[in-house]
Design a protein around this ligand. Structure first.
Ligand code: SF4
Length: 381
């Protein structure tokens, strides 16, 4: 069922350089003229779509590296959002930030608009950072945390990456401890995905589509378990397969999107969802500037509901029956057999009014996705 957009995502497609593992759409070292053209078009995209939005409950500015923008451009971006969209009084406004790009003037601009900042750390270990080709240093992260806290932004999170080639449990434990010690409220832990043809593959990494040895998969699983345990001990609990937060500091924007809420995506490569259809802007700045049409993800309503069911099952709370029906128009019984099979396998807890992953189900979420999505893929058996 089509609904107005409740959330806004803005894609800033620029970075200082390209990290060796990056699969996001971003342009390294952009020229000034290109950044200006992007901002002009973005502001037009805001005004063309504003009427399709309800009062926004969250805004997420991601990339790329939003904090590569100058303080003036950051302010223009924020003013553009404020001028075009109505925001709820307690709207969550998140910005991604690469610590080494954050100078006090940019932090001032962020503090005037955002109330949540997600810092890209990935690792505190010099060897791992070199392998990932990350700019900056752990000291930049500590400084960014201090700069933001001075300006009253204490809803901070950081991203970590594990299962980097050559990484052992000692390095991973140390990364988790340092993230906890920094005092951030939200920690995302992502298993490294090596894209085929990436520089990381050339350095000896095994691309995502090549089966890895059992010993590597066991280490991944152990690292995932260790993250949950160390962070829970610090009061930072897993609420989604890869995300952990002090209770009350979960990312509302993502939580609602995983549960089928609507969002408008602005900028190249940004996706939108109106409750029925999902579409993605061209992942090419020149095409997007030229007004090329978004790509529609044309699937049946049943398949859409299956995808949303699967996404909600990435979270520890899973789905209530009422919310699932409100967001998708379907009831759990459209998947009765598959849900029962996954419950028998110990991956889900299924009740009349809710379905949620077990601990084993969170660890083996791919198996849940496969079972529920294949059933709704024409031609699949
Ligand atoms: S900073 Fe992020 S978006 Fe930019 S190249 Fe690195 S991983 Fe990709």
């Amino acid at each position: 069922m089509r609904r107005r957009f409740n959330r806004l995502y803005v894609h800033v497609p620029f970075c200082a350089s390209k990290c060796g593992y990056c699969a996001f759409y971003s342009i390294p070292r952009p020229e000034e003229a290109l950044v200006n053209a992007w901002l002009d078009k973005l502001l037009r995209e805001f005004s063309e779509n504003a009427k399709k939005c309800a009062v926004l409950d969250s805004v997420f500015i991601g990339g790329g590296t939003p904090t590569l923008l100058s303080p003036e451009r950051l302010s223009l971006l924020f003013e553009g959002i404020s001028a075009n969209f109505a925001l709820s009084s307690n709207a969550e406004i998140s910005t991604e930030c690469n610590p080494e790009t954050l100078m006090p003037e940019k932090a001032d601009a962020l503090a005037n608009f955002a109330n949540r900042v997600s810092l890209g750390v990935q690792s505190f270990d010099d060897g791992i950072r070199r392998m990932l080709e990350r700019r900056g240093t752990p000291a930049d992260f500590a400084e960014a945390v201090a700069i933001l806290a001075e300006r009253g932004i204490d809803n901070l999170g950081c991203d970590l990456i594990y299962a980097v080639p050559g990484e052992g449990m000692d390095v991973w434990r140390s990364d988790l401890s340092k993230a906890v010690e920094s005092g951030v409220k939200h920690i995302s832990c992502y298993s490294l995905t090596i894209e085929e043809g990436s520089r990381l593959q050339a350095k000896g990494g095994r691309p995502f589509n090549v089966k890895r040895p059992d010993s590597a998969l066991e280490l991944d699983a152990e690292m995932w378990e260790t993250a949950g345990a160390i962070l829970a001990d610090a009061g930072i609990h897993r609420y989604e397969v890869s995300n952990h937060a002090i209770p009350g500091f979960e990312c509302r924007h993502n939580l609602e999107i995983w549960h089928g809420d609507t969002y408008l995506g602005c900028g190249p490569a940004a996706a939108s969802f109106d409750g029925a259809d999902r579409w993605t802007n061209p992942a090419n700045l020149a095409d997007w500037l030229d007004g090329a049409s978004p790509e529609l993800d044309a699937i049946t309503p049943e398949r859409r509901a299956a995808e949303l069911l699967v996404m909600g099952l990435r979270t520890t709370i899973g789905w209530s029956a009422a919310n699932f029906t409100e967001r998708t128009g379907f009831q759990f019984d459209f998947m009765e057999c598959e849900l029962a099979r996954l419950a028998d396998a110990g991956l889900l807890t299924v009740a009349a009014d809710s379905v949620a992953p077990t601990r084993k189900g969170l660890a083996l979420w791919d198996a849940i996705a496969e079972t529920l999505i294949i059933r709704n893929t024409p031609g699949a058996s």
